[in-house]
Design a protein around this ligand. Structure first.
Ligand code: UDP
Ligand code: MG
Length: 309
């Protein structure tokens, strides 16, 4: 018998825990047909509501349900990592608790693994029900991050994916602190089949991502998987040096030929402002990378477990 591990990160999802279980268990016949057994790992990411309690209630009914509780909110990335570490399955699937990742897709996804793919990943083809400004920024983000072209991060890709043990081990071997899973999944490679589906709205409760939360996450992803900003700063530096040099020559020659009437103060102020602005911007970009490096070299654990069942 093969074991399928399902990992469900939960942050204040008390209404969804049992609801998710019911949906997941609807695959029972499929599991039996394929001679699969499952373990369902809920990762309680420092919820302040009764999420952990709900999971324990489920565990009384079904011992295949497990719980990892964090000591505080560490974020979905940490929750997924904790789940992957804990999972013992031959196949591992990551799903959201809010049923935006429909468990009913599992049979189809499993089929692709049987066909020889290492991973069946999902992407949304629509962003229906999402605020337009969020979609706009999301699109822009994928355009930007894919610009360097080394690992492609697919637009609309979700964290919802079914992987083989081999791929999970590869993902776990990436132990960086600033985790951006979509990038890591792409980075480890392997043969991935993309399953497309329409966006589903969350079952209960509200999204845990604020606009700025998502913006910071996007920035993290960008810094983790692209050094383009650094290249752009260097390029700007060179460009400005060349412009300054040409202007210097021009001013010098003009002064030699026509003398030096004291004029041009406003333009000088503009140039100084522009140049120092660009310098500050570049320093900021450098600082961002430095701060990421700083967090990385500290080697802090990615999460802290309070309770595990
Ligand atoms: N989540 C988490 N920790 C967080 C934020 C979210 O574990 O700090 C979980 C959340 O409970 C849900 C999943 O990550 O199961 C996706 O979150 P959400 O539905 O809020 O994001 P969206 O679907 O709007 O992108
Ligand atoms: Mg959601």
């Amino acid at each position: 018998m093969k074991l399928l591990s399902a990992i469900v990160p939960c942050y204040n999802e008390e209404e969804n825990v049992a609801f998710f279980y019911e949906e997941f268990i609807k695959n029972k016949e499929f599991f039996e047909k394929k001679d699969l057994t499952y373990e369902l790992i809920y990762v309680d990411d420092g919820s302040s509501d009764r999420t952990a309690h709900e999971v324990k209630k489920l565990r009384e009914r079904d011992e295949k349900v497990h719980l990892i509780s964090f000591s505080r909110n560490f974020g979905k990335e940490s929750a997924m990592y904790a789940g992957l570490k804990r999972a013992k399955g031959d196949f591992v699937v990551l799903l959201d608790a809010d049923l935006q990742d429909p468990p009913s897709l599992l049979p189809e996804m499993y089929g692709y693994l049987e066909e020889g793919y290492d991973c069946a990943a999902t992407r949304r083809v629509t962003r229906k029900g999402e605020p337009p400004i969020r979609s706009l920024f999301a699109r822009g983000f994928y355009k930007l991050i894919n610009h360097n072209g080394r690992v492609e991060i697919v637009d609309g890709a979700r964290d919802f994916r079914l992987m083989t043990r081999q791929m999970v081990d590869a993902v776990l071997s990436v132990t960086e602190y600033n985790r951006f899973s979509k990038g890591i999944f792409a980075w480890v490679g392997f043969k991935t089949k993309w399953v497309e589906y329409e966006n589903v709205e969350r079952a209960h409760g509200e999204t845990k991502w604020s606009f700025w939360g998502l913006f910071r996450y996007a920035l993290d992803g960008m810094l983790s998987f692209s050094s383009i900003p650094l290249a752009v700063t260097s390029f700007m530096g060179v460009l400005f040096c060349i412009v300054a040099f040409v202007m210097l020559l021009f001013v010098l020659i003009r002064a030699l030929i026509f003398g030096d009437p004291t004029s041009g103060w406003p333009s000088l102020v503009c140039i100084i402002l522009l140049a120092s602005g660009v310098q500050l911007l570049c320093l900021g970009v450098l600082g961002q990378y430095l701060s990421k490096t700083y967090m990385e070299v500290k080697h802090r654990p990615i999460y802290v477990v309070k309770e595990e069942e």
